[in-house]
Design a protein around this ligand. Sequence first.
Ligand code: HEC
Length: 124
Amino acid sequence: MKMTVVRILLVLAPLLLWMVSRVPLEGIAVAEDRATGREVFLQNCALCHVSGLGMAPRVDNLQEWESRLSAGRSVLQASVLRGKGGMPPKGGNASISDSQAVAALDYMVSRVLQSERNPQVAGR
Ligand code: HEC
């Protein structure tokens, strides 16, 4: 009897953990929330911006970002929200909010800057 309970708990544990970990992500998105920005990035931006697909500037390559960063955050923000060149608005996912898209942008920029401080991450 005791063993059965333990077995059921073992089976359910990953499911419970998954449910608990999902809760904050489905709450109200806060633009400043790094975790949310990372999540949005992974789901909507990484495809192009990790590999450089379609000539997208890569997150681990500061050189590809220098001129873009110098244009300023509001210019980059407008590009993300309205699209630019090969990039559709919000990376092609109209269901994410403006603040989620901006949170992903901020997360991306923090990774770009990190690649400069830590060249090993950037692989150059
Ligand atoms: C389908 C591929 C693709 C996806 C998905 C994508 N991008 Fe891009 N992104 C591009 C390409 C290509 C460019 C270069 C556009 C150009 O300069 O012509 C670009 C450029 C950018 C720039 C620079 C804009 C500028 O003004 O120079 C930013 C910032 C950016 N993307 C952020 C994002 C964010 C944030 C997401 C996710 C919400 C995202 N991208 C999703 C392909 C993509």
